[in-house]
Design a protein around this ligand. Sequence first.
Ligand code: SF4
Length: 292
Amino acid sequence: MKKIIKLAKHAGFCYGVKRAVETTKKLKSENSDKEIFVLGELIHNSHVINELSQLGIHTVDELPCQNTCCAKICVIRSHGAAPEVFDDARNKGYEIVDLTCLDVKKVQQKAIQLVQEGFLLIIVGKPEHPEVCAIKANAQTHGENVIVAPDVETLKTYEKQIREHKRVGVVVQTTQRIENLKNVVDYLLPVAKELKIFNTICASTSLRQTEAKNLAKESDLMIVVGSRKSANTTHLAEILADITKTVHIETDDELDNYKDLIINAENIGVTAGASTPDSIIHNVIEKLNTKY
Ligand code: SF4
């Protein structure tokens, strides 16, 4: 059977991830005399983390204390970080390079604004995700009334607190599904007396999701490429699974697991999360074109 394989236009690195990866590599090449530490994985992709490690860029969960051997740089990744993290880096004598994505900065600013204006802040997102942790930590430096909820079911457990507050404000993790935000808003409308919503899903995520949905409508099979740790990639796979058969793979090595599905599909669409390098997407397309 002749196959048509289409790659979504907005697949792979978004501008925030591209900036983080390129700037970190450039930092190393321009500062060979300094040690470079990235706090947490720069992006959720093990291939990129290995590549950085080979360049001598360290990925750490906590910054080591300075010794006198050489100057050190601390890179803040695109997810952002809590104010205490910046303080710790400064106190330990690190030079800080803040690569927080500008879209994530906007969510942090909106969250702070809501808390300062006296709203009960609701952050729609995964509580353990680094971007959400940083938004929460930044907001809590201005007030304690902050709730993080990944979905409506969780939010319902805070109903008493929501009803008691006259003013409720909402921001959303940049990579969330718009359907999730809609569900939250539908629930809050009759519960909250005053409701202020900032749709902070980033333009890159919206565009990627819309385009992938359109591609899924004309495909028998969608292949989503990217790390299972990546929030935007797993959301993409969830969204597309509602439209057509969808598989989520990390690299082309996993394609054989879905051999029958691939062989029987006539129109295959491929998309990828914001942290998936072009080389990995290219290998998937290449294998689909040549092997099945
Ligand atoms: S997914 Fe959006 S918010 Fe996150 S790094 Fe990319 S552009 Fe920035």
